[in-house]
Design a protein around this ligand. Structure first.
Ligand code: AVI
Length: 332
């Protein structure tokens, strides 16, 4: 999943201090484990090969997929306020993707302060390089240091901030893709990477009626279905597999009890799949499902309490008019 960035043209390279491949040793043990258990699962990180990352960008622009647009609206409205509360600081973004929403924050920090230091972190080197290049041509004072890798690895390898204060951005409700235990561990890692006085900006999707949620993950153009199925194509090239995509179909449901979307690939006919590099053969029965992703939908009060119990102060929480999405600014 971790790819080396494509060439950055020489005009920009001086600003790209470092783009590191920090996760090149993958052995697929997570795939083996997920496919060998009774209720099969696959880790959502396998969505994001080059094609999957592009499909995710398409999802963000779908009429039914409200989270990206709603969070962007909140950031657009409050970016200047956020930047004036934090003062000038280094912006570190986990899962930066195309950085399009981050532009509202970059604009605000550029307006208020003279220097702009941005550390985007993403598993896709191609997307990271392309967006860094575009940002560098759009922001005259910007310095970018991109890191290619998983969040955990990047957090562990963060060097001291280039400015006295740092803000870590974790937007897009990616926290929702973690199970509660993983999310607890991850929040602990973020807090550990912050110095006292540093900030954390968290964007989360909130609980809302089932019909709105299910439409967002079962879009009418079938882009989410293609994104889900692409995980099998990714496993095919990464582990020399022979998944036939026609044997599976996308399904997403809202599990109200758990407060989460569950995304599945349902198996249409009994068959065997071989993943050569893992020396693994998997039996699939007609009607069985692979759980490929959960997307938890949060209750703001519960989440704020959780964050505070970890020693962060909440400085402000903003939502959109419909109360569909929340952006929480915290300080260590
Ligand atoms: C990246 N993540 C927050 C998205 C979500 O909404 O959980 C991934 C996604 N899966 C299907 N659509 C979008």
């Amino acid at each position: 999943m971790i790819t080396t960035p494509t060439a950055i043209d020489s005009l920009h390279i001086r600003y790209l201090e470092q783009i590191k491949a920090i996760d090149s040793t993958e052995n697929g043990q997570d795939v083996r484990q997920g496919l060998q258990q009774g209720a099969k699962t696959l880790p959502p990180r396998y969505f994001y090969d080059e094609k999957g990352s592009l499909l995710f960008e398409d999802i963000c622009n779908l009429p039914e997929y409200y989270p990206t647009r709603t969070e962007a609206g909140i950031l657009q409205e409050y970016a200047l306020e956020i930047a004036s509360i934090t003062g000038n600081c280094e912006l570190v973004e986990l899962g930066s993707g195309s950085s399009s929403k981050t532009r509202f924050l970059l604009n605000a920090y550029q307006t208020l302060y003279s220097s702009l230091n941005y550390v985007p972190i993403d598993v896709s080197g191609e997307i990271l390089a392309a967006s860094a290049k575009q940002l560098l041509s759009d922001y005259s004072t910007l310095k970018v240091r991109g890191l290619v890798g998983t969040y955990e690895q990047a957090l562990a390898q963060l060097t001291p901030s280039s400015l006295p204060t740092r803000i870590i951005l974790f937007l897009g409700s990616t926290l929702g893709n973690f199970y509660p235990q993983q999310s607890d561990r991850f929040l602990a890692q973020i807090i550990n990477a912050l110095q006292p006085g540093d900030y954390f900006l968290l964007g989360v999707d909130l609980q809302k009626p089932k019909a709105i949620l299910e439409a967002a993950y079962n879009d009418s153009q079938g882009v989410t279905a293609a994104f889900n199925l692409n995980m099998l194509a990714h496993l095919n090239w990464r582990f020399r597999g022979n998944f036939a995509l026609k044997n599976f179909v996308h399904r997403a449901i809202y599990n109200e009890k758990e407060g989460r979307i569950e995304m599945y690939l349902d198996c249409l006919r009994s068959h065997q799949v071989r993943l050569e590099s893992l020396d693994l053969t998997v039996e699939f029965r007609q009607g069985e499902s692979i759980l490929t992703e959960i997307s938890r939908k949060f209750n703001l009060d519960t989440l704020e309490q959780n964050v505070q119990e970890r020693g962060l102060s909440i400085l402000q929480t903003q939502t959109d008019d419909r109360g569909w999405f929340g952006v929480i600014l915290c300080q260590k």
